[in-house]
Write a protein that binds this ligand. Structure first.
Ligand code: FAD
Length: 235
């Protein structure tokens, strides 16, 4: 597999445990929103690099840069390195991969469901639809633990305020007493979301336990056909 060198251009914390890294992947790095990239990390004492996948969190841009949003996993080698990486440093990356992408023709409303950094590929999709005249109505159901964990929350709220076709539904599993919005797990809110848009095409991304439970609700409780449910699992 061909590898390329990518350079870290910018980085910022999006929440207490999530760092956004903006890379310049160089020429000819074509991808579709929703795809992911495999990053390689050299390991001391081994010839085999460690490989980890990261969803691209941005739509294609004129300057070619891409964002990834990385949760720091305690004791996790790759995420720890990505949280320490300095601007100007480089990594090796493979070409983008994955089938968690939007169809060429969007003739149904979209229900995007993500937890934690599972929102990353959904953000890429949302950015790619922003301003598109034929974009369908889009609902983002986004679950995290605490209010401070809502990465890109201000960005999604601002988009919802200016575009009536975009609805932002954050839900907190550990809400603070003043939280005015939804609480609990995303899967519990799926019936309400789908009753508002029964024809929706659904995209679910996050850790396996959530994706599995959400797919079960969509299939068994709500009777959605399999081909209207798309998912990406991080573990
Ligand atoms: C297609 C795909 C896309 C991915 N995209 C992203 C992404 O955009 N952002 C991202 O942070 N990770 C993403 N991951 C997960 C990522 O590849 C690594 O597994 C993660 O960074 C942990 O690697 P590590 O070496 O630090 O820890 P490891 O020692 O490999 O730790 C593995 C543990 O981390 C947990 N874990 C993995 N990912 C996460 C997460 N995001 N949040 C909380 N716990 C997690 C697993 O459940 C497992 O228990 C993606 C995985 C896949 C397969």
């Amino acid at each position: 597999m061909a590898l390329r060198v990518i350079t870290l251009r910018r980085a910022r914390m999006l929440s207490p445990k999530v760092r956004e890294l903006t890379f310049d992947p160089g020429e000819g790095f074509a991808f579709r929103p929703g795809q992911w990239v495999s990053l390689k990390f050299s390991q001391a004492g081994s010839d085999d690099p460690l490989a980890r996948s990261y969803s691209i969190a941005s739509a294609p841009r004129a300057d070619g840069t891409i964002d990834v949003a990385v949760t720091r996993v305690d004791g996790g080698p790759a995420s720890t390195l990505l949280h320490r990486m300095a601007v100007g440093e480089t990594l090796e990356a493979a070409d983008p991969m994955g089938f968690f992408t939007l169809p060429p023709r969007l003739d149904r409303p979209l229900l995007l469901v993500g937890t934690g950094t599972g929102v990353a590929p959904l953000r890429a999709m949302i950015e790619s639809l922003d301003g598109a005249p034929d974009a369908p109505p889009v609902t983002l159901l986004f679950g995290v633990r605490h209010r401070e964990d809502l990465l890109y929350g201000d960005e999604f709220a601002a988009l919802a305020a200016r575009d009536p076709r975009f609805r932002f539904e954050p839900t907190l599993s550990r809400p603070d007493p003043g939280w005015p919005g939804r609480s609990g797990y995303v899967q519990h809110h799926l019936p309400a979301m789908l009753s508002d848009a029964p024809e929706a095409e659904v995209y679910v991304c996050g850790l396996n336990a959530m994706v599995r439970d959400a797919r079960k609700v969509l299939r068994d409780t709500l009777g959605l056909p399999r081909d209207r449910v798309h998912s990406e699992r991080f573990d």
